[in-house]
Design a protein around this ligand. Structure first.
Ligand SMILES: [Zn+2]
Ligand SMILES: [Zn+2]
Length: 553
């Protein structure tokens, strides 16, 4: 290959999420990020989407490592589905790796994983690639950009970033590093396009401090704040504000508790002793003396806030005088669920505050707006510029910004997932297409099944759980292999006749469905669930929890 490097995004170009990019040169490949995509639909069951990594498996022996920029699900969420097939070393910052460890542990994969901690300023050599790590600011702690020395030249991959000059943790965006790479000469810049359509600058995370101050000062009842469980900086602001206003803090949601625990252990979050109370202690304190931090800012049906909004949470109720703050953006696809939840909260006469554009804001983005994106280009002065992370529209907008700056020394390439971008010291071209696609995993993520399982623990302890595992060809609707039937907590063994009968019932149910129905996981799941429920309750007089798992082949 000589002095060339092929760059292929296996996801994340032309779509939001599922970020994974391969850098290939001289018989070596390094992979940057390995994320999942949350399907843009209401949360029907527990579906997630992971990238098809055929390209990597075809080149298995060349793959040297997976390098992670930060710990968001769209950057690490596919690891449990990729590492079993490609167990290469994984590199990440401390917080990122802690989230990875938990995730792999939940999937029983931790023992075999090779995890290497890196820090800003570190350099690692992976075959012909030298990778430097650069500190950036983003909505999760410990975020990194990469400077990759390749045989073709120096490539900058920004990861997700914004330029926050006053970060909560005082870990600054390393402008100087980007500038010095720019002086050295950058061949190509791959940069985050998420907010390319937003004019101006993204406000600092500290912008929400003023708003929270006002909210806490005027709140008469409970303050319930919901934010992403990985938003540790936001949590720090909430905790500090609660403390100032004499409120104790209760954390609701398993993930929330776990993240807070990790962040405290790593020194990324500072919670004063005695401030946090357990959820069941909430009712022992006056409403105006408590701040509840709850998961569920996206209206997820099983989340703490969603349950509280319909009086289904055992420790928290919402009533008149309470203030509920949705301190996050609405992820496209979740609007209906969120708006339904807000209706419930209003019905209970709570005041509901959300990111409605008012300032100071209850939420600020973690991604760079147009002016910051231009600063990134000016600092790095790349020969070639390739916008990443976003729908085609966002990539296009980012490309237009690049043209406005006049600092791109050669050209801008708008590529899509699968395009093979070949770079050499003089040129950059799209030269072909790698096999790419999406793999839909339904219930395959144990952590999400676990949520359902916890909700239905009583149900399960009495009646057990049935997991029909079905592999359907998305194009033809054909069942690719006979369905697997997994029974747990039930007196059913492998060779019981019932197992075979259930399997046949699943096949019949699918075959009776139209091809269109077979392409709609929600419909198929519901049909299979109903058929099995009827049959099993008739045969065994029990009502197990039935969680169909559908895999796209
Ligand atoms: Zn991202
Ligand atoms: Zn991110």
């Amino acid at each position: 290959m000589g002095k060339t490097v092929d760059v292929v995004a296996l996801g994340g170009l032309g779509e939001f999420g599922m970020h994974i990019m391969a850098f290939c040169s001289e018989d070596a490949i390094i992979v940057v990020d390995c994320g999942l995509l949350f399907p843009e639909q209401e949360l029907l069951g527990v579906d997630i989407v992971v990238p098809d990594v055929t390209f990597l498996l075809d080149n298995r022996e060349k793959v040297k490592a997976i390098v992670l920029t930060h710990g968001h699900e769209d950057h690490i969420g596919a690891l449990p589905f990729v590492l079993p097939y490609l167990n290469v070393p994984v590199y990440g910052s401390p917080f990122t790796l802690e989230l990875v460890k938990r995730k792999l542990d939940e999937h029983g994969l931790l023992e075999d994983a090779i995890l290497n901690e890196i820090h800003p300023g570190d350099t690692i050599q992976l075959g012909p690639f030298g990778v430097d790590f650069i500190a950036v600011t983003h909505s999760i702690v410990d975020s990194l950009a990469l400077a990759i020395r390749t045989p073709a030249g120096l490539i900058i991959h920004t990861g997700d970033f914004k330029i926050d000059p006053s970060p909560i943790d005082e870990k600054h965006f390393d402008l100087h590093a980007f500038a010095s790479y720019g002086e050295e000469g950058v061949l190509a810049l791959f940069s985050d396009s998420t907010n390319a359509e937003r004019a101006g600058y993204t406000p600092t995370e500290r912008a929400v401090e003023d708003r929270f101050e006002t909210i806490f000062r005027s709140a008469k009842g409970r303050v319930v704040v919901s934010c992403f469980s990985s938003a540790i900086h936001r949590m720090q602001i909430i905790v500090d504000t609660a403390k100032r206003h004499g409120r104790l803090v209760a954390l609701l949601g398993r993930r929330m508790l776990s993240n807070v625990d990790i962040a405290q252990r790593l020194g990324a979050l500072n919670v004063p002793a005695g401030l946090v109370i357990r959820p069941k202690e909430i009712k022992n304190h006056a409403r105006n003396k408590v701040c509840v931090v709850a998961s569920g800012c996206q209206g997820e049906p099983m989340s703490a806030l969603a349950r509280a909004s319909v009086d289904q949470h055992k420790d928290v109720t919402i009533e008149g005088g309470d203030t509920v703050v949705l301190s996050s953006r609405m992820i496209p696809g979740n609007e209906r669920a969120i708006s339904r939840m807000m209706d419930h909260l209003y019905r209970r006469h709570a005041e509901v505050l959300y990111a409605d554009g008012s300032t100071p804001p209850v939420h600020v983005s973690g991604h760079a707006s147009a002016e910051e994106l231009k600063i990134m280009m000016m600092l790095t002065k790349p020969r070639f510029f390739i916008p990443i992370h976003g729908s085609y529209r966002h990539l296009h907008s980012h490309a237009k910004l690049a043209e406005q700056t006049g600092v791109i020394r050669d050209k801008v390439i708008v590529a899509e997932t699968g395009d093979i971008i070949r770079l050499d010291p003089e040129q950059a071209e799209i030269v072909g297409k790698a096999p790419v696609g999406r793999v839909l995993i339904d219930g395959g993520s144990l952590e999400e099944v676990a949520d359902v399982v916890i909700r239905d623990r009583r149900h399960i302890s009495e009646d057990g759980i049935v997991l029909p595992v079905i592999a359907i060809n998305k194009q033809t609707g054909a069942i690719e292999i006979p369905p697997e039937m997994v029974f747990r907590g039930m007196t059913v063994t492998e060779d019981d006749e019932l197992v075979e009968q259930c399997r046949q019932l699943v096949i019949d149910t699918i075959e009776e469905s139209t091809v269109e129905e077979r392409g709609d996981w929600a419909v198929i799941k519901e049909k299979v669930r109903r058929a099995l429920k009827r049959y099993i309750s008739k045969q065994l007089s029990t009502r197990p929890l039935i969680l169909p798992v559908i895999m796209e082949i």
